[in-house]
Design a protein around this ligand. Structure first.
Ligand SMILES: Nc1ncnc2c1ncn2[C@@H]1O[C@H](COP(=O)(O)OP(=O)(O)OP(=O)(O)O)[C@@H](O)[C@H]1O
Length: 274
């Protein structure tokens, strides 16, 4: 799967995420250090950085799982850092989450897993695909078709490959009709070909559905291939924020320098990019 050479440099103008000087501390650990970031409609933003640089923490701050220690976060006009339980629950209906390990219910069919994404729209829980309204079943099937898995609707989710399971995970999230999609290392468990397929799907839904996607990755090439914008975190601080088009690999690798060589004494050998 090759990356989209047509990747637009400019995404939508509407601001979906507006984070200002967000700091998050866990005891003595500063996971995020005064991070400011706007993300727009139809924008696929990739967060890169070493393990522990604060990528997942930032995603969790966006959907209210982690309250920031200081700073403000607005998602679609809701101040997440000030919101109470009811507002956070309402916000989460608009925010889809894609997990590294898919989080499907293995013993359920792919169709029912996708239908679960629409549960927030129903007043009572459902058990079994046939208990959902016919219109929702049709919608779920359309999402499975979109991710290329319509023929797998009746298959148990745990009989699918990792790449297929992640595609079902994306279909389930689309069933939620989200406005913001957060993806935490969505391709970390996949081989390169399937990783490309999943990134391509995220790119397509971002552009075609005018969705905002914030995705953490460890693969620079995938980030450069599919992101509209790349943001680098190092030690909880934002060290890069640029459109992917025009960005060189060396500039992206700079995110991974543990220590700024200019800050080292002359006698200390600088460590290069990992
Ligand atoms: N719930 C928590 N309690 C205590 N410390 C935490 C918690 N969550 C994250 N941290 C710490 O915050 C820092 C940032 O972690 P985070 O998971 O955001 O990094 P990351 O960039 O997503 O890493 P990875 O790429 O390995 O997923 C780390 O030092 C981590 O140990």
């Amino acid at each position: 799967m090759s990356s989209p050479l047509h990747a637009p440099t400019v995404a939508g103008d509407d601001r979906v995420v507006h984070a200002r000087e967000v700091t998050k501390k866990f005891g003595g650990v500063t996971a995020l250090d005064s991070v400011s970031l706007d993300v727009h409609r139809s924008e696929l933003l990739v967060l890169l950085g070493l393990s522990g640089s604060g990528k997942s923490t930032f995603l969790r701050c966006l959907n209210g799982l982690h309250p920031p220690t200081s700073g403000s976060i607005e998602v679609r006009g809701t101040r997440v850092d000030l919101a109470g339980g009811r507002d956070i629950r309402a916000l989460r209906r608009d925010v889809g989450f894609i997990f590294q390990h898919f989080n499907l219910v293995g013993r359920l069919s792919c169709l029912e897993n996708v239908l679960i994404g629409g549960l927030g729209r129903l007043s009572v829980p459902r058990y079994g695909a046939l208990t959902y309204p016919r219109s929702m079943r049709a919608e779920a099937l359309a999402h499975l078709d979109r991710v290329g898995l319509a023929d797998f609707a009746a298959r148990r989710a745990d009989t699918l490959s990792g790449g297929q399971q992640q595609r079902v995970g994306i279909a389930r999230t689309l069933m939620q009709r989200p406005k913001l999609l957060l993806a935490d290392e969505p391709v970390a468990s996949l081989d390169p070909e399937n990783a490309g397929v999943v990134m391509d799907l995220l790119f397509q839904v971002c552009v075609e559905e005018k969705l905002t996607v914030v995705c953490t990755l460890h693969q620079i090439d995938l980030a450069m291939g599919w992101a509209h914008r790349i943001v680098g975190l190092r030690g909880g601080r934002k060290v890069l924020d640029r459109p992917a088009v025009g960005l060189s690999r060396d500039e992206v690798m700079g995110i991974y320098q543990r220590v700024d060589p200019l800050s080292l004494p002359a006698s200390t050998p600088a460590r290069g990019p990992l």
